[in-house]
Design a protein around this ligand. Structure first.
Ligand code: NAP
Length: 253
Protein backbone atom coordinates (compact mmCIF):
# COMPACT_ATOMS: atom_id res chain seq x y z
CA UNK A 1 0.00 0.00 0.00
CA UNK A 2 1.33 3.43 -0.93
CA UNK A 3 0.62 5.50 2.15
CA UNK A 4 1.59 8.84 0.66
CA UNK A 5 0.24 8.38 -2.88
CA UNK A 6 0.20 11.75 -4.69
CA UNK A 7 0.88 13.68 -1.46
CA UNK A 8 3.22 16.62 -1.97
CA UNK A 9 6.14 16.66 0.47
CA UNK A 10 9.05 19.01 1.12
CA UNK A 11 12.25 17.48 2.51
CA UNK A 12 15.21 19.61 3.60
CA UNK A 13 18.70 18.21 3.92
CA UNK A 14 17.54 15.80 1.24
CA UNK A 15 20.88 15.22 -0.49
CA UNK A 16 22.46 13.13 2.24
CA UNK A 17 21.95 10.75 5.14
CA UNK A 18 18.53 10.73 6.81
CA UNK A 19 17.05 13.22 4.33
CA UNK A 20 18.16 11.19 1.33
CA UNK A 21 16.90 7.91 2.81
CA UNK A 22 13.58 9.62 3.55
CA UNK A 23 13.29 11.00 0.01
CA UNK A 24 13.73 7.47 -1.33
CA UNK A 25 11.03 6.11 1.05
CA UNK A 26 8.59 8.96 0.33
CA UNK A 27 9.05 8.26 -3.38
CA UNK A 28 8.39 4.53 -2.83
CA UNK A 29 5.15 5.54 -1.13
CA UNK A 30 4.08 7.52 -4.18
CA UNK A 31 4.70 11.04 -2.86
CA UNK A 32 5.57 13.97 -5.12
CA UNK A 33 8.69 15.63 -3.79
CA UNK A 34 10.22 19.08 -3.43
CA UNK A 35 13.76 18.49 -2.21
CA UNK A 36 16.04 21.16 -0.70
CA UNK A 37 19.69 21.12 0.31
CA UNK A 38 22.87 23.21 0.32
CA UNK A 39 24.51 20.47 -1.75
CA UNK A 40 23.32 21.38 -5.24
CA UNK A 41 25.03 18.54 -7.10
CA UNK A 42 23.90 15.85 -4.65
CA UNK A 43 20.35 17.17 -4.60
CA UNK A 44 20.06 17.41 -8.41
CA UNK A 45 21.48 13.90 -8.74
CA UNK A 46 18.93 12.51 -6.27
CA UNK A 47 16.01 14.22 -8.00
CA UNK A 48 17.20 12.88 -11.36
CA UNK A 49 17.55 9.38 -9.90
CA UNK A 50 14.01 9.50 -8.52
CA UNK A 51 12.59 10.78 -11.81
CA UNK A 52 14.36 7.99 -13.68
CA UNK A 53 12.45 5.55 -11.46
CA UNK A 54 9.14 7.19 -12.37
CA UNK A 55 8.71 9.42 -9.31
CA UNK A 56 7.92 13.11 -9.38
CA UNK A 57 10.80 14.99 -7.76
CA UNK A 58 12.13 18.53 -8.00
CA UNK A 59 15.23 19.92 -6.32
CA UNK A 60 16.03 23.47 -5.28
CA UNK A 61 19.35 24.47 -3.75
CA UNK A 62 18.71 26.31 -0.49
CA UNK A 63 20.36 27.45 2.70
CA UNK A 64 17.74 26.86 5.38
CA UNK A 65 19.37 29.43 7.65
CA UNK A 66 18.07 32.06 5.20
CA UNK A 67 14.34 32.83 5.53
CA UNK A 68 14.04 33.76 1.86
CA UNK A 69 15.42 30.37 0.79
CA UNK A 70 12.84 28.60 2.96
CA UNK A 71 10.05 30.71 1.45
CA UNK A 72 11.30 29.97 -2.06
CA UNK A 73 11.23 26.23 -1.40
CA UNK A 74 7.57 26.35 -0.39
CA UNK A 75 6.70 28.68 -3.26
CA UNK A 76 8.32 26.35 -5.74
CA UNK A 77 6.45 23.35 -4.32
CA UNK A 78 3.16 25.24 -4.69
CA UNK A 79 4.03 26.50 -8.16
CA UNK A 80 4.98 23.03 -9.34
CA UNK A 81 2.44 20.81 -7.59
CA UNK A 82 -0.28 23.23 -6.46
CA UNK A 83 -0.45 22.01 -2.85
CA UNK A 84 1.59 20.99 0.19
CA UNK A 85 0.70 17.97 2.35
CA UNK A 86 3.85 17.11 4.27
CA UNK A 87 7.14 18.65 5.33
CA UNK A 88 10.23 17.02 6.78
CA UNK A 89 12.40 19.81 8.21
CA UNK A 90 15.59 17.88 8.58
CA UNK A 91 18.62 19.85 7.39
CA UNK A 92 21.18 20.27 10.14
CA UNK A 93 24.81 20.41 11.13
CA UNK A 94 26.80 18.94 13.99
CA UNK A 95 29.51 20.34 16.19
CA UNK A 96 32.38 18.30 14.81
CA UNK A 97 34.46 15.68 16.57
CA UNK A 98 35.92 17.42 19.64
CA UNK A 99 34.18 20.72 20.41
CA UNK A 100 35.07 22.67 23.53
CA UNK A 101 32.92 22.95 26.64
CA UNK A 102 30.36 25.71 27.15
CA UNK A 103 32.71 28.39 28.53
CA UNK A 104 35.00 27.99 25.53
CA UNK A 105 32.33 27.46 22.91
CA UNK A 106 32.94 29.93 20.06
CA UNK A 107 30.27 32.60 19.58
CA UNK A 108 30.27 32.11 15.81
CA UNK A 109 29.67 28.37 16.23
CA UNK A 110 26.76 29.06 18.59
CA UNK A 111 25.19 31.49 16.10
CA UNK A 112 25.65 29.06 13.20
CA UNK A 113 24.24 26.11 15.15
CA UNK A 114 21.12 28.04 16.19
CA UNK A 115 20.64 29.46 12.68
CA UNK A 116 20.96 26.18 10.79
CA UNK A 117 19.40 23.75 13.27
CA UNK A 118 16.72 25.85 14.97
CA UNK A 119 15.85 29.11 13.20
CA UNK A 120 15.59 27.14 9.96
CA UNK A 121 12.74 25.07 11.36
CA UNK A 122 10.87 28.26 12.30
CA UNK A 123 11.55 29.81 8.87
CA UNK A 124 10.33 26.67 7.12
CA UNK A 125 7.21 26.15 9.22
CA UNK A 126 6.03 29.75 9.00
CA UNK A 127 5.74 29.29 5.21
CA UNK A 128 4.61 25.65 5.26
CA UNK A 129 1.71 26.20 7.68
CA UNK A 130 -0.28 28.64 5.49
CA UNK A 131 0.42 26.48 2.45
CA UNK A 132 -0.96 23.39 4.21
CA UNK A 133 -3.99 25.31 5.48
CA UNK A 134 -4.68 26.14 1.84
CA UNK A 135 -5.42 22.48 1.16
CA UNK A 136 -7.10 21.62 4.44
CA UNK A 137 -4.15 20.44 6.51
CA UNK A 138 -1.03 18.35 6.51
CA UNK A 139 1.75 16.84 8.59
CA UNK A 140 5.09 18.29 9.67
CA UNK A 141 8.02 16.31 11.04
CA UNK A 142 11.02 18.15 12.46
CA UNK A 143 14.37 16.49 13.09
CA UNK A 144 15.44 16.94 16.68
CA UNK A 145 17.80 14.39 18.28
CA UNK A 146 18.43 12.47 21.46
CA UNK A 147 20.37 15.69 22.12
CA UNK A 148 17.00 17.46 22.13
CA UNK A 149 15.94 15.39 25.13
CA UNK A 150 19.03 15.21 27.34
CA UNK A 151 22.31 17.08 27.72
CA UNK A 152 25.63 16.06 26.17
CA UNK A 153 28.89 17.55 27.40
CA UNK A 154 30.82 19.73 24.98
CA UNK A 155 28.07 20.45 22.46
CA UNK A 156 25.94 23.26 23.95
CA UNK A 157 25.00 24.73 20.58
CA UNK A 158 23.79 21.44 19.17
CA UNK A 159 21.94 20.45 22.35
CA UNK A 160 20.25 23.86 22.70
CA UNK A 161 19.26 23.95 19.03
CA UNK A 162 17.65 20.51 19.21
CA UNK A 163 15.84 21.27 22.48
CA UNK A 164 14.55 24.37 20.68
CA UNK A 165 13.23 22.24 17.82
CA UNK A 166 11.24 20.22 20.34
CA UNK A 167 9.72 23.38 21.84
CA UNK A 168 8.80 24.79 18.44
CA UNK A 169 7.26 21.47 17.44
CA UNK A 170 5.06 21.33 20.53
CA UNK A 171 3.97 24.94 20.05
CA UNK A 172 2.89 24.41 16.44
CA UNK A 173 1.16 21.16 17.37
CA UNK A 174 -0.96 22.94 19.97
CA UNK A 175 -1.66 25.93 17.73
CA UNK A 176 -2.73 24.01 14.62
CA UNK A 177 -4.24 20.76 15.95
CA UNK A 178 -7.75 22.13 15.37
CA UNK A 179 -6.96 23.09 11.80
CA UNK A 180 -5.89 19.74 10.40
CA UNK A 181 -2.13 20.04 10.84
CA UNK A 182 -0.10 17.61 12.95
CA UNK A 183 3.45 18.48 13.97
CA UNK A 184 5.85 15.98 15.50
CA UNK A 185 9.57 15.70 16.10
CA UNK A 186 11.88 12.73 15.77
CA UNK A 187 14.84 12.08 18.02
CA UNK A 188 17.37 9.97 16.16
CA UNK A 189 20.12 8.36 18.20
CA UNK A 190 23.48 7.33 16.82
CA UNK A 191 22.82 6.92 13.10
CA UNK A 192 25.42 6.14 10.44
CA UNK A 193 25.36 8.96 7.90
CA UNK A 194 27.93 11.21 6.21
CA UNK A 195 27.52 13.54 9.22
CA UNK A 196 28.72 10.92 11.71
CA UNK A 197 31.08 9.06 9.38
CA UNK A 198 34.26 10.85 10.53
CA UNK A 199 33.67 9.50 14.05
CA UNK A 200 32.08 6.12 13.36
CA UNK A 201 34.55 5.04 10.69
CA UNK A 202 37.19 4.82 13.43
CA UNK A 203 36.60 1.26 14.74
CA UNK A 204 37.48 2.16 18.32
CA UNK A 205 34.99 5.09 18.40
CA UNK A 206 32.37 3.03 16.61
CA UNK A 207 32.58 0.22 19.17
CA UNK A 208 32.53 2.66 22.07
CA UNK A 209 29.46 4.39 20.62
CA UNK A 210 27.60 1.14 19.90
CA UNK A 211 28.26 -0.01 23.46
CA UNK A 212 26.21 2.96 24.77
CA UNK A 213 23.11 1.77 22.88
CA UNK A 214 20.88 -0.98 24.31
CA UNK A 215 20.51 -2.37 20.78
CA UNK A 216 24.33 -2.65 20.80
CA UNK A 217 24.61 -1.18 17.31
CA UNK A 218 24.37 2.07 15.39
CA UNK A 219 21.19 2.90 13.48
CA UNK A 220 20.64 3.18 9.73
CA UNK A 221 19.16 6.19 7.96
CA UNK A 222 16.47 3.92 6.48
CA UNK A 223 15.29 3.05 9.99
CA UNK A 224 14.70 6.75 10.64
CA UNK A 225 13.04 7.24 7.25
CA UNK A 226 10.44 4.57 8.05
CA UNK A 227 9.33 6.54 11.10
CA UNK A 228 9.14 9.80 9.15
CA UNK A 229 6.96 8.25 6.44
CA UNK A 230 4.62 6.82 9.06
CA UNK A 231 4.34 10.17 10.87
CA UNK A 232 3.46 11.92 7.61
CA UNK A 233 0.84 9.32 6.70
CA UNK A 234 -2.79 9.15 7.84
CA UNK A 235 -1.90 6.07 9.86
CA UNK A 236 -0.41 8.50 12.39
CA UNK A 237 -3.63 10.53 12.50
CA UNK A 238 -3.69 10.82 16.32
CA UNK A 239 0.05 11.40 16.77
CA UNK A 240 0.65 15.09 17.42
CA UNK A 241 3.05 17.26 19.40
CA UNK A 242 5.21 14.28 20.33
CA UNK A 243 8.90 13.49 20.15
CA UNK A 244 9.58 10.02 18.75
CA UNK A 245 12.94 8.47 19.62
CA UNK A 246 14.50 6.25 16.97
CA UNK A 247 17.57 5.38 18.93
CA UNK A 248 17.84 1.65 19.64
CA UNK A 249 16.72 2.32 23.20
CA UNK A 250 19.32 5.00 24.04
CA UNK A 251 16.87 7.32 25.84
CA UNK A 252 15.25 4.45 27.70
CA UNK A 253 18.35 3.83 29.81
P1 NAP B 1 24.06 14.65 6.75
O1 NAP B 1 24.29 13.31 6.13
O2 NAP B 1 25.20 15.57 6.93
O3 NAP B 1 22.90 15.37 5.92
C1 NAP B 1 22.53 16.69 6.21
C2 NAP B 1 22.26 17.42 4.91
O4 NAP B 1 21.82 18.74 5.26
C3 NAP B 1 23.50 17.57 4.04
O5 NAP B 1 23.21 17.29 2.68
C4 NAP B 1 23.88 19.03 4.24
O6 NAP B 1 24.50 19.62 3.11
C5 NAP B 1 22.51 19.66 4.42
N1 NAP B 1 22.62 20.97 5.04
C6 NAP B 1 23.49 21.38 6.01
N2 NAP B 1 23.32 22.67 6.27
C7 NAP B 1 22.33 23.11 5.44
C8 NAP B 1 21.71 24.36 5.23
N3 NAP B 1 22.10 25.46 5.90
N4 NAP B 1 20.73 24.44 4.31
C9 NAP B 1 20.34 23.36 3.61
N5 NAP B 1 20.90 22.15 3.75
C10 NAP B 1 21.89 22.02 4.67
O7 NAP B 1 23.43 14.48 8.20
P2 NAP B 1 22.32 13.48 8.81
O8 NAP B 1 23.01 12.64 9.79
O9 NAP B 1 21.47 12.89 7.75
O10 NAP B 1 21.48 14.54 9.66
C11 NAP B 1 20.19 14.97 9.29
C12 NAP B 1 19.52 15.57 10.50
O11 NAP B 1 19.46 14.55 11.51
C13 NAP B 1 20.26 16.73 11.14
O12 NAP B 1 19.32 17.69 11.57
C14 NAP B 1 20.97 16.11 12.32
O13 NAP B 1 21.21 17.04 13.34
C15 NAP B 1 19.96 15.08 12.72
N6 NAP B 1 20.48 13.98 13.53
C16 NAP B 1 21.42 13.14 13.05
C17 NAP B 1 21.89 12.11 13.85
C18 NAP B 1 22.93 11.13 13.38
O14 NAP B 1 23.44 10.34 14.22
N7 NAP B 1 23.30 11.11 12.11
C19 NAP B 1 21.39 11.95 15.14
C20 NAP B 1 20.42 12.83 15.61
C21 NAP B 1 19.95 13.85 14.78
P3 NAP B 1 26.12 19.71 3.09
O15 NAP B 1 26.59 18.30 3.08
O16 NAP B 1 26.41 20.47 1.85
O17 NAP B 1 26.50 20.44 4.36
Amino acid sequence: MEELKDKVAIITGAASGIGRASALRFAEEGARLMLGDLDGDGGEALAAELRSRGSQAQFRRCDVSRPTDCEALVEEALAHYGRLDAAFNNAGISDGPVPPGTADYPLELWDRMIAVNLSSVFYCMRCQLPAMLGNGGGAIVNTASIAGQIGFAGVPGYVASKHGVVGLTRTVAVEYAGRGIRCNAIAPGLIETPMTRPVFEVPQFRDMAAATVPAARLGRAEEVANLVVWLCSDRASYANGAVFPVDGGFLAK
